[in-house]
Design a protein around this ligand. Structure first.
Ligand code: IPE
Ligand code: MG
Length: 243
């Protein structure tokens, strides 16, 4: 399950509040949504918290969002009961070199504290973009081939997947974008090839348990088709050189 959490500022402006408040609400909703997903048996959740493109926002807003990210990563450790109860390993994915050092340190702390958890997974995509991710993965493959640690025949889709930020995670089954926008915005493009895309008008801070339930029902209804398509894709991967 993946979420493009969109609509925080519009939510704040509806309440006549500053955009920071919208992002605060957005973070609280992330915790709720994570808990609902875990309770409903969804064990891998990926969220788009900040894209590489978001660095183009006004510097003051970027600084505010970075400060918030740092604070919220610290706070996640205080939510340890929820994280521990469901055995959630938290990973912060993206080009972490673009983040301020203090945010990077907070990300490292949360990843280290939860790395032994095996049952659930929360991928927080921060300074993330699929193009960056794929370019980096291809760069790794190239270096490994050059150094002789990987033979050129072993360069295939699986090898690329293993070097993606989400290595070890299942492909995305449902990708939800809130706030009426129907764009993928360079989010998990490689991982979402067989995902069901769901676009809802609800703004992220107002996303409710019922919205999640509706998403799960829509996915269940489409599941026979999605499974057939997924299996066909898997067969193609196994029988072609680009597997
Ligand atoms: C999503 O909400 C959060 C981030 C991208 C950081 P927005 O900040 O995009 O809020 P809207 O879409 O302008 O309402
Ligand atoms: Mg937006």
């Amino acid at each position: 399950m993946a979420f493009i959490m969109d609509g925080n500022r519009r939510f704040a402006s509806r309440l006549n509040k500053a955009s920071t408040a919208g992002h605060e609400f957005g973070y609280l909703k992330l915790l709720d949504a994570l808990e609902w997903c875990l309770e409903m048996g969804v064990s891998c959740v990926s969220v788009f918290a900040f894209s590489i493109d978001n660095f183009k926002r006004p510097p003051q807003e970027v600084a505010m969002l970075m400060q918030l990210a740092e604070e919220k990563l610290e706070e996640l450790l205080q939510e340890y009961k929820l994280i521990e109860k469901h055995g959630v390993c938290i990973r912060v994915l993206g080009d972490l070199s673009l983040l301020p050092l203090s945010v990077r340190a907070a990300a490292d702390r949360v990843m280290e504290a939860t790395q032994h958890h095996k049952r659930g997974r929360l991928n927080i995509c921060l300074a993330y973009g699929s193009w960056q991710e794929m370019s980096q993965a291809i760069g790794h493959l190239q270096k490994e081939v050059q150094s002789g640690s990987l033979s050129p025949e072993d360069v295939d889709g699986r090898a690329l997947d293993a070097r993606s930020h989400t290595a070890g995670c299942p492909p995305v089954d449902i990708l939800i974008r809130t706030s009426g926008e129907s764009r993928l915005s360079d989010f998990l493009l490689w991982q979402s090839g067989t995902a069901q895309l769901q676009f809802t008008d609800v703004l992220w801070p107002e996303f409710s348990f019922w919205d999640l339930l509706k998403a799960l029902v829509l996915w269940q209804l489409a599941r026979p088709d999605l499974e057939r398509i997924g299996q066909a894709a898997e067969r193609r991967r196994q029988t072609h050189a680009y597997s």
